[in-house]
Design a protein around this ligand. Structure first.
Ligand code: FES
Length: 150
């Protein structure tokens, strides 16, 4: 009788340990498969990248001023300059700091290492290797709509 209890406890312990081991193995496989799946999946779905974003109400950005807005999860800058509304990515192409608008000089400046861009996102000076990404802008019903260039 006592031997049956031990045998029964041993079987339950073995079943428990087998289940635990399978769980660890599954967790390990999932832990390895997730980064591979993430690597193989494009970072932005094409539909999301092409979808328009409302950057601001047109009458809220006075001439010479700028506002920051979020473009599909990334900071962006909408400026009201002499040629109209212009939108660029606010992520510096040097090391990824967030740029600011210098209204006095009508330039986009990066506070980290002093990269300077014109309001079209072109490099004026500093260490930035590439211009800021420029977006297409369309004003409809007092809404400034921004989309990636297609
Ligand atoms: S991150 Fe902008 S200049 Fe370095």
């Amino acid at each position: 009788m006592e031997q049956d209890t031990r045998k029964s406890t041993g079987v339950r312990r073995r079943t428990f340990l087998d289940t635990l081991l399978r769980g660890w193995v599954l967790a390990g496989v999932a832990g390895m498969a997730y980064p591979v799946a993430k690597y193989l999946t494009p970072p932005h779905a094409p539909e999301a990248a092409e979808k328009e974003v409302e950057a601001a109400a047109a009458d809220q950005v006075k001439p010479g001023e700028a506002v920051k807005f979020e473009f599909h999860g990334t900071p962006a800058l909408l400026m009201n300059v002499k040629t109209g509304f212009v939108a660029v990515s606010a992520v510096c192409t040097h090391l990824g700091c967030i740029v600011d608008w210098d209204a006095g000089k009508s330039q986009v400046v990066c506070p980290c290492h002093n990269a300077i861009f014109d309001y079209n996102g072109n490099i004026v000076s500093g260490p930035a290797p590439l211009p800021l990404e420029r977006f297409e802008v369309d004003v409809r019903d007092n809404k400034v709509m921004v989309r990636r260039k297609g």
